[in-house]
Design a protein around this ligand. Structure first.
Ligand code: SAH
Length: 214
């Protein structure tokens, strides 16, 4: 895979489009400008990799829209060194964006095929995320607690395990809804462990499923 000036130019245009759609966080925009999204897609999609579109990544799953990735990342209000748990590694693109912004990332994927693929590409790009094949409903207790949690599949409810694994002062971004559409929920845990939540618009994710797939 090569990253050409043309790809870089397309990323610059994508960043401008995301700014127009309301993304403001400079670190997030810089990460989108830096991470070569076409590396995460099948070669047939290379030409369209920088349009604001989702794509098939295998095992019936999709890589999220760049806007969704930027929006969720911005909501996390990341600080360098934040420990972030991601549910739904998928292609590894969102994982790489989180790393590029300076987070220490732990990411879980329930499709073995996708886990294996992401486990090759993410380190190849120089990112040192910890990936796991497993069920995101359980979180990752041995590395908890986390400063931030991001769920990139549509969850029917907020899993208790994830709330438990969020630090006091932490933020979780999770799309909630069992149907085709979900409401983006921003959950904050204060220093006393009290939760508050905000709804931030309707999105469309693949479903968060129970247990692992083969
Ligand atoms: N962040 C990804 C988005 C992938 S789509 C990217 O940037 O490409 C969501 C992913 O969540 C899919 O790969 C799907 O297999 C995964 N998923 C669904 N249910 C899950 C669960 N219970 N635990 C972990 N991953 C899950």
């Amino acid at each position: 895979m090569i990253d050409t000036y043309r790809h870089k130019g397309l990323r610059k245009k994508l960043v401008e489009a995301l700014e127009e759609k309301g993304i403001k966080d400079e670190a997030v925009l810089k990460a989108i400008l830096t991470v070569p999204r076409h590396f995460f897609l099948d070669a047939v999609f290379t030409e369209q990799a920088y349009s604001n579109m989702p794509f098939q990544i295998g095992a019936g799953q999709t890589i999220s829209h760049p806007f969704t990735v930027a929006f969720q990342t911005e909501l996390l209000a990341l600080k360098k060194g934040d420990r972030v748990l991601e549910i739904g590694t998928g292609s590894g693109f969102q994982t790489s964006i989180l790393c590029e912004v300076g987070a220490k990332v732990f990411s879980i994927e329930r499709q073995r095929e996708l886990y294996l693929k992401a486990n090759r590409i993410v380190p190849k790009l120089g990112y040192n995320a910890k990936l796991k094949y497993g069920d995101g409903y359980k979180g990752w207790p041995s590395f908890a607690p986390f400063d931030k949690i991001i769920v990139t599949c549509g969850a029917p409810f907020v899993p208790d395990e994830l709330v438990e694994q969020l630090k006091p002062g932490g933020i979780m971004v999770i799309p909630i809804g069992a149907g085709k559409e979900q409401e983006m929920l921003l959950i904050k845990k204060d220093q006393e462990g009290k939760l508050s939540q905000e709804k931030l618009g309707v999105f469309s994710f693949v479903p968060m499923l129970k247990e692992t797939a083969k």
